[in-house]
Design a protein around this ligand. Structure first.
Ligand code: SAH
Length: 429
């Protein structure tokens, strides 16, 4: 057969599905971007990672295996992409995947594919996909271009009958927007509307690709903050650069969305940015977001307050908690009948466990660590304070994670959550 008739056109919901990408170069990064922006859980296997791939790995968007492909990597995969520059490896991936009935796509080798990717025109409310069955990608692209040129007309047709209130970011104004903990569904309606209409987006490293991709593709996207540089001199310089960028972009007449993870006013320096904009006389608005502790608590079914168990919740910055002359946090003054939510505590978890012990928190106080909360790679670890340091070490907790401590942590039975965690675990080892 020739042409595209042998393929069944379908749109595959990959949210939460395990996708394996073999290869770490430019072609692989295109596949990865497409997968991440649709919520897949992506594992990449490659000897080397190109810059964008390395950046995703740093941000925790991806699981990475450095080295050569081996068939064992296919375990648990729902979808496989091969995009290495080694034909033999690509062929091996294809062979092994087909043997296991896992759909496989090999870049530029339709004969090795069990599925192919169409040329896509992605608009806010619809996706047009064009395929020539892999035989003539040039023709598919040119057809897509035709549709692209007519997108105005297509939009007008879609607009008819639609009666949704339009939220649009105003030119010359800065919106300091909380993006929530990671799941795009947890954006507020206002955040989504502003993001979709922004001319420029200045975002934090913790904001996942899936959320960023909601901004128009033509919007300017800038990221200053880097993981691991959240304090000290480097961070101060970055903060100044962010201040300058938002002011400049607004003065150039653009609508600017300053997109921050969680809520901008909780350990997010949103206050500093607002202060600066006010001083410079730039119009701005603060749009709240779901802060990590709130998102993670819901994801792990932890009531932050609970009648008769927890009557307060305290948000603590773990990495700032240890000043040179002792702690900036007065651990012994923290309420023992409340819930503690410790942000940015991964690197200090042993010291935090010690401080809590010294402050008189009972060794059997329950804790939970929610890593990558509300994101596809979410992991929940539970235990009691006495085991916290040990479990954190053994399970190699990674940022971003929130540590909850208090009796409310196991107020709701959590078997289901635990099972999910074990399953995710099994897949990641
Ligand atoms: N303004 C943000 C916090 C930024 S500080 C907010 O309101 O959530 C960065 C810290 O937030 C991380 O070190 C981690 O403790 C926490 N965090 C952010 N996103 C998270 C997530 N998806 N899961 C777990 N912790 C998260």
């Amino acid at each position: 057969m020739s042409g595209s008739v042998e393929y069944l056109p379908l749109f595959h919901d990959v949210r939460g599905a395990n996708a394996l990408v073999v290869g770490g170069g430019t072609v692989a990064s295109r596949k990865i971007r497409a997968l991440l922006s649709r919520g897949a859980v992506v594992t990449v296997v490659a000897k080397e990672f190109s810059r964008p791939v390395a950046e995703w790995i740093r941000r925790g968007d991806l699981r990475a295996i450095q080295g050569r492909f081996s068939p064992g990597h296919l375990d648990g995969a729902a979808l496989v992409f091969a995009a290495t520059d080694d034909r033999r490896v690509n062929a091996e991936v294809s062979r092994e995947a087909i043997r296991r009935n896992i759909p496989v796509n090999v870049a530029d080798a339709p004969e090795l594919c069990s599925f192919i990717l169409p040329a896509v025109l992605q608009e806010e409310e619809f996706t047009l996909a064009v395929s020539t069955g892999g035989k003539n990608p040039g023709a598919a692209r040119s057809l897509r271009e035709f549709l692209e040129q007519n997108r105005e007309e297509i939009s007008v047709r879609l607009e008819r009958g639609r009666r949704r209130k339009r939220i649009a970011a105003r030119k010359g104004k800065v919106y300091i927007v909380g993006a929530g903990p990671g799941d795009p569904d947890l954006l507020t309606v206002r955040a989504l509307g502003l993001l979709r209409s922004a001319d420029a987006v200045v975002y934090d490293y913790l904001v996942p690709e899936e959320i960023l991709s909601l901004a128009p593709s033509k919007a300017l996207k800038l990221c200053y903050a880097r993981k691991g540089k959240t304090s000290g001199h480097g961070a101060a310089l970055k903060q100044i650069a962010i201040h300058e960028a938002t002011v400049r972009l607004a003065r150039e007449g653009r609508s600017v969305v300053r997109l921050k993870s969680g809520d901008s006013l909780v350990f997010g320096r949103g206050g500093e940015e607002a202060e600066h904009l006010a001083r410079e006389g730039v119009e701005f608005e603060i749009v709240p977001g779901i802060t990590a502790a709130i998102g993670c608590a819901a994801a792990a079914r932890i009531p932050l307050t609970h009648r008769g168990v927890s009557s307060s919740v305290t948000f603590i910055a773990g990495h700032e908690a240890f000043g040179k002359e002792g702690g900036a946090v007065e651990w012994d003054r923290l309420p023992k009948d409340g819930t503690l939510a410790v942000y940015m505590g991964v690197s200090r978890v042993e010291a935090i466990a010690r401080e809590l012990g010294n402050a008189g928190f009972a060794p059997n106080t329950p804790f939970a660590v929610v890593e990558n909360g509300t994101r596809p790679a979410q992991r929940v670890l539970r235990g009691i304070l006495a085991n916290l340091a040990h479990i954190a070490n053994e399970q190699a907790i990674r940022s971003p994670a929130v540590l909850f401590v208090g009796r409310s942590v196991d107020a709701v039975p959590y078997e289901t959550v635990q099972e999910m965690t074990d399953e995710l675990f099994a897949q990641s080892v």
